[in-house]
Design a protein around this ligand. Sequence first.
Ligand SMILES: Nc1ncnc2c1ncn2[C@@H]1O[C@H](COP(=O)(O)OP(=O)(O)O)[C@@H](O)[C@H]1O
Ligand SMILES: [Mg+2]
Length: 287
Amino acid sequence: MIIDGLSLIYPNGVKAIDKMSLNISQGIFGLLGPNGAGKSSLMKTLVGLQKPSSGQVLFNNVDIIRDPDHIKRTLGYLPQEFGVLPKANAFQLLEHLAILKGIKDKSFRKLHINYLLREVNLDQHASREVYTFSGGMRQRFGLAQALLGNPQFIVVDEPTAGLDPEERNRINGILSKIGQQRIVLLSTHLVEDVYQLCAEMAILHSGKLKITGSPKELIKALEGKIWARPAASDEAEIPDFSSVMIRKNFIGGESWITVFSENRPDGFQLQKPTLEDFYFCSIKNLI
Ligand SMILES: Nc1ncnc2c1ncn2[C@@H]1O[C@H](COP(=O)(O)OP(=O)(O)O)[C@@H](O)[C@H]1O
Ligand SMILES: [Mg+2]
């Protein structure tokens, strides 16, 4: 998928996407950004649910803004929020969605749906009503519906938000498997998910693309520049102008200050940079 100079201004004047250009070509591509960065807006635009104000999106050399039906037919999408029909069980709901997606052959449809339910570990719950599912089960159901028709491009919007660690791992396991044969565009505000899953990533902030690259390469650029020391709990800012505080967090109840600096600030120890450090440096315009 080629995204070229894409902008989206909502009728209320919010510029949710600001001149974005990006190529997404293989495996799992991670879109990382804080709430309000524009991740969902971008995804809805890419799947043809809303028209951008300007710019172009090409998928299989088809301009999806001119021909949104093309992408709707060839792509799977798990929205950040989705409603389900009450009283429909998992199998019935997938069947309904499969028919909408144009999967006409009844016996193939049944095989395909049962296969997908197994893929997301919901085969034991095929006849349970989806609205009774836990958050994690619901997201796994959402992944199954995104895989209907075996699309080669899948867009998943914050699939692990609000899930417990075990369910989050399960979703990530399924995504990693899906990403072996397809292109997956994954949005999240969880740095760890991107680190675990994505070979390529982009950081999005205030509708703008801050940086793209591989998580490993991006982290490398910070080597020798991340420093930390324990802090007093009421210490909010460090008074040293040679370094910039990127975060203050707690480790085992102890407060730590982490800074970005070319040279070692007094009293600080060198840290192995993490993707989280990179994320904060990027959001704070340090790199
Ligand atoms: N339908 C809409 N109308 C107006 N503003 C919107 C709409 N949807 C999102 N926004 C605004 O666009 C910005 C980006 O939102 P969103 O794409 O949901 O970000 P994210 O998914 O990264 O949290 C926010 O400022 C949000 O308030
Ligand atoms: Mg969102």
